[in-house]
Design a binder for this molecule. Structure first.
Ligand code: ADP
Ligand code: MG
Length: 578
């Protein structure tokens, strides 16, 4: 009975096993290590992998790809008259991987570890476990992708303590993580990412450049011609990691178009994408629970092979960044290392892997009786190490108040309306003067992503709630809707000057570091209180002061790190044994 690691990727999935002191990648029926995470309906039924991928062009309506992006949501896919949820499609991929592994290993696979992005919330993690269950495999543990990458690098380049930045650039996603490795503990101390930035975008930029150079427009091409152009773009891109030039040819409307690509040209073509990558890296460092001193930058994911990107990042950091020869396999191999640890192989010491809370968690609160807006009083700040617990005391606002009500939220926005509500707890208090009665709120967030909230009122009443398996994720649509609501709400209440200033603060809130968040909270409540006081002098003074604070904060928050400062400029640790 075998135990395997599965890198369940957005674009490609891989499996690895640990045998006789070695990590062994498992080939599929076609002898390839990567199986496209694509499912398609054909005359003969459902197909998975390479066969399904070719249907992306031939029958796009009957083919599903990139469903990992929607794990934990209710997105429905229609294939062959049946409906499928993302976890059901993932289950089909896992089934295929397991079947191939059983053929290769000649024994049944009963247990697996599966990697997930570090930012995956509880709903997404549960959906991943469910997918494995549907495929008939028990999941021993979910491993964060950057932790797996770090394990692989530690293993491959001699076990040394240090801090690495893992840049995982795949087909459709970018994940940047700062990972600290210290005496068998692997801790992710900061993450940031973009779910819509990957190798596909590189292909798109190349295709657009091709059209511009040839004086044609993407929109005027037929669906088939466009599909061929994108394929050509990807082929040329891949060619450029081993060659200096690559040629693209497209026959469209009976004419032949050509383009010669070089890595130098790629640097220009991808400039906007690289700028976006730089922003995410910057954000990842900002999100760190402590200021990191990074020893090495490690590129993983298929798009990590992009020569132009490697050069761009090396220039940015002032030193060669490390790209594995086969970065698309790094996570699967890291899972192999973990499988070795699990099997208590003598060569491997036990390694503890810690996780961070990917979102801030808090309760809705109000500053004063006049001010009806409910803001987010954050209890557990994003990137806190798990498990963690926090408590805070809240007081009554009104004379004679008989209860304290706490709504629980997840998100980075200042107004709770724009965050995701997770639940609610109410405790009773005895009627008294405002501020005399109180309740203590405790948040506990554990390693499995389960949030326990307990509220104890000063009368001794205790209520508890366990929040598990909720949809802890805001979609783009929900975000847009929230933004709209936010503007309406503010305009109804304040005059334009204060309104504008508050909006700017609120906007900054999502990018702010923890201490800046409390400064922003202070600023917004000051502006609101001044407005409600009705005193023109107080309003003017507050307005001026807060405008100063805003300028300062804007300066600090928009400040970019000097990347060269982040990285030790001497080549230390891992690449020594290259
Ligand atoms: P995911 O983690 O999203 O499943 P992968 O890590 O397998 O994805 O990366 C897939 C992406 O890598 C695709 O966009 C593919 O075009 C790109 N890719 C593969 N090989 C190369 C290469 N040699 N140069 C540049 N990009 C590559
Ligand atoms: Mg991946």
């Amino acid at each position: 009975m075998a135990f395997i690691g599965i890198d369940l990727g957005t674009t490609n999935s891989l499996a690895c096993v640990y045998q006789k002191g070695e990590m062994i990648l498992i080939p599929n029926q076609l002898g390839k290590y990567q199986t496209p995470s694509v499912v398609s309906y054909t005359e003969n039924g459902l197909v998975v992998g390479e066969a399904a991928k070719s249907n992306l062009i031939l029958s796009p309506d009957q083919t599903a790809a990139s469903f990992k992006t929607f794990m934990g949501t209710n997105k429905i896919y229609n294939l062959g008259g049946e409906t499928y949820l993302p976890e059901e499609l993932s289950a089909l991929v896992i089934k295929q991987i397991v079947a191939d592994a059983e053929t290769f290993l000649q024994e049944p696979v009963t247990e697996a570890i599966i990697s997930v992005p570090a930012y995956f919330n509880d709903a997404q993690r549960c959906a991943t476990k469910l997918a494995a269950q549907l495929a008939g495999v028990h999941v021993e543990r979910l491993i964060n992708e950057p932790s797996a990458a770090a394990l692989y690098y530690q293993m491959t380049y001699g076990k040394k303590d240090g801090c690495i930045m893992v840049i995982d650039f795949g087909g459709g996603t970018l994940d940047v993580s700062v990972v600290e490795c210290f005496e068998n503990i692997i801790e992710i101390i900061g993450i940031a990412g973009d779910n819509h930035l990957g190798g596909n975008d590189v292909d798109h930029e190349i295709a657009q450049f091709f059209c511009r150079q040839n004086g044609i427009s993407l929109e005027n091409l037929s669906n088939e011609e466009r599909a061929i152009l994108y394929k050509q773009a990807e082929k040329a891109k891949i060619m450029l990691s081993a060659n200096e030039i690559a040629t693209m040819v497209l026959v469209a409307q009976n004419k032949e178009y050509r383009l010669i690509l070089t890595n130098k040209l790629m640097t220009e073509i991808c400039n906007d994408l690289f700028q976006r990558i730089k922003k995410i890296i910057n954000q990842a460092v900002k999100n760190c629970s402590r200021r990191p001193a990074i020893d090495n930058v490690v590129l993983v994911g298929g798009s990590g092979k992009l020569t132009a990107l490697q050069k761009y990042l090396s220039d940015l950091f002032g030193r060669q960044v490390y790209a594995a020869p086969e970065p698309e396999k790094a996570i699967a191999l890291g899972l192999g290392v973990y499988a070795g640890i699990k099997l208590r192989d003598e060569q491997m010491q036990d390694i503890v892997m810690t996780d961070v809370c990917p979102f801030s968690l808090g309760v809705g609160a109000r500053h004063s009786t006049q001010d009806q807006t409910v803001y987010m009083e954050t209890m557990i700040i994003r990137s806190s190490m798990l498990p963690c617990a926090k408590e805070k005391i809240f007081y009554t606002l009104y004379d004679g108040q008989t209860a304290l009500n706490f709504k629980i939220y997840q998100g980075e926005q200042y107004y709770v309306e724009n965050n995701l509500e997770l639940g609610e707890i109410t405790v009773s208090v005895v009627p008294d003067k405002a501020g005399n009665q109180w309740a203590k709120v405790t948040f506990m967030y554990d390693i499995n992503g389960i949030l326990y909230v307990s509220v104890q009122s000063c009368t001794g009443e205790i209520k508890e709630k366990e929040i598990v398996n909720e949809k802890l994720h805001l979609t783009q649509e929900e975000l847009e809707k929230s933004k709209e609501k936010m503007t309406n709400m503010i305009e109804n209440q304040l005059n334009l000057d204060e309104n504008e200033l508050i909006q700017k603060f609120v906007y900054l809130y999502q990018f702010a570091a923890p201490f800046e968040k409390s400064q922003i909270g202070f600023a917004v409540s000051n502006l609101q209180n001044a407005y409600f006081s009705g005193s023109p002098i107080l309003r003017k003074k507050t307005y001026e002061n807060m405008r100063e604070l805003l300028k300062e904060l804007e300066y600090h928050i928009s400040q970019e790190f000097d990347f060269k400062d982040l990285l030790y400029q001497e080549d230390l640790s891992w690449d020594e044994e290259e």
